[in-house]
Unconditional design. Structure first.
Length: 407
């Protein structure tokens, strides 16, 4: 046998090394594929149990959207106006959503003028001190913030009343148990667009959610989204009360700050329909009606029916500065007028008669509702007790007589 050259021996050694490497790589690939198959089997077998555990765990939360603003309770995850939806938001849901009831609380008009401003300056916890326990016991509480929060701007010419407050207004709202407020009303831009921009900016600095106003129409008409006990809740707001000469100036546009207008019916109903697709409960807070009228006008009734047809489950409102009737409209719930709430009223009993509306809802089902009556004392709502409470509840129920709503 002829002897091998050095080059031939080197080539053979290299060939053996390549064969060894190929065998090792093949073995590793086989082991990886086997492990992947085992993992996939375990995942498929355990997936149903995992979802079941999530849905029944009282402390579990889900969130929708890209920007999380704050967590209000151990069972609540909140998100400001959203741009995306998680897979949880796309899951098919029945009429009852997660099946767990949620209690929502609503108060009427809030500003910080007169005696209310004095109390705010003394201690931000004072304006809501008496009513705070009622608001806090709800899963979510909402009011109408009928003022700008700003030091800048000039009063709108021609307006008889213009309101503004310092940034501590948001400290007062938070300490009082309020979780979200609407700025869609006829005082939201009282000191010009700059005052609305300040309101939005201060709210952000206090991590306090607002609806019904924004840097453009997309933000103004967008819902505030919150998941409570697995229930996906969306809250929108708009105003049907804007001075005729201010409608175009105050209404938010594609690239223009402003508030959501209920005169833009198509835009508002489109927003409700969009929210309906990824929500278990849809709420719309509307500023509408005639001042000092105890009965809703035809426009209020029309707007309420239109919003419900678009997918709203709860429609509440304010502006009359006194209470209006409430009740069921089909399978939805409507309260036409919540009256004043934290307000400088000291005159007629109608303007100082107030309270908190509680609505317990499971998905789209209105389980129950109740009125917790109060009286405005030194600008702040104070719950009634005893026979005064009983009489106030009876009076509130009687307001339904002119509403075409059912108990």
């Amino acid at each position: 046998m002829s002897s091998l050259t050095l080059e031939e021996r080197r080539q053979r050694r290299e060939a053996r090394r390549r064969r060894v490497r190929r065998r090792r790589i093949g073995a590793l690939v086989f082991l990886a594929l086997a492990a992947a198959g085992l993992f996939a089997g375990l995942t498929i077998n355990g997936a149903g149990a995992g979802r079941g555990a999530l849905s029944t765990d009282p402390s579990s939360t889900t969130s929708t959207g890209a920007t999380t603003s704050q967590t209000t309770t151990s069972e609540t995850t909140t998100t400001q106006t959203t741009t995306t939806t998680t897979e949880a938001g796309k899951e098919p849901r029945g009429r009852l959503g997660s099946g767990r009831p949620v209690t929502l609380a609503f108060g009427g008009d809030v500003h910080f003028e007169g005696i209310v401003r004095s109390r705010l300056d003394a201690d931000p916890s004072l304006p809501f001190a008496s009513i705070a326990p009622v608001l806090r016991r709800a899963d979510l509480a909402m009011v109408n913030l009928e003022t700008t929060v700003s030091y800048r701007g000039s009063p709108t010419l021609g307006k008889e009343y213009t309101f503004r407050a310092p940034p501590t207004a948001f400290a007062a709202l938070k300490s009082g148990g309020v979780d979200v407020a609407t700025v869609a009303n006829n005082h939201g831009v009282d000191y010009g667009i700059v005052s609305l921009l300040d309101t939005l900016r201060y709210a952000k600095s206090y991590h306090f959610p607002l609806v019904g106003g924004g840097l453009n129409a997309a933000q103004a008409y967008a819902p505030y989204r919150v998941t409570i006990k697995g229930q996906r809740i969306s809250i929108l707001a708009a105003s049907q009360v804007i001075d005729s000469n201010l409608i175009s100036l105050w209404t938010a546009g594609p690239d223009k700050p402003g508030i959501a207008s209920a005169f833009e019916v198509g835009r508002l109903t489109a927003a409700v329909r969009a929210a309906r697709k990824t929500s278990d409960t849809v709420v719309v807070y509307v500023h509408y009606g005639e001042e000092r009228h105890g009965c809703p006008d035809s426009m209020q009734e029309s707007i309420a029916r239109t919003l419900i047809a678009a997918g709203a489950d709860i429609v509440v409102g304010s502006h009359a500065h006194q209470q209006q009737g409430a009740g069921r409209l089909g399978q939805a719930f409507v309260d036409y007028g919540l009256g004043n709430f934290v307000w400088y009223s000291a005159g007629s009993s109608a303007s100082t008669t107030t309270g908190v509306l509680e609505v317990t809802v499971t998905g789209r089902r209105i389980d129950r509702y109740s009125w917790i009556p109060a009286t405005i004392v030194n600008g702040s709502p104070t719950p009634r007790t005893g026979s005064a409470r009983t009489a106030a509840i009876s009076s509130w129920r009687s307001l339904r007589g002119c509403t075409n709503l059912k108990p």
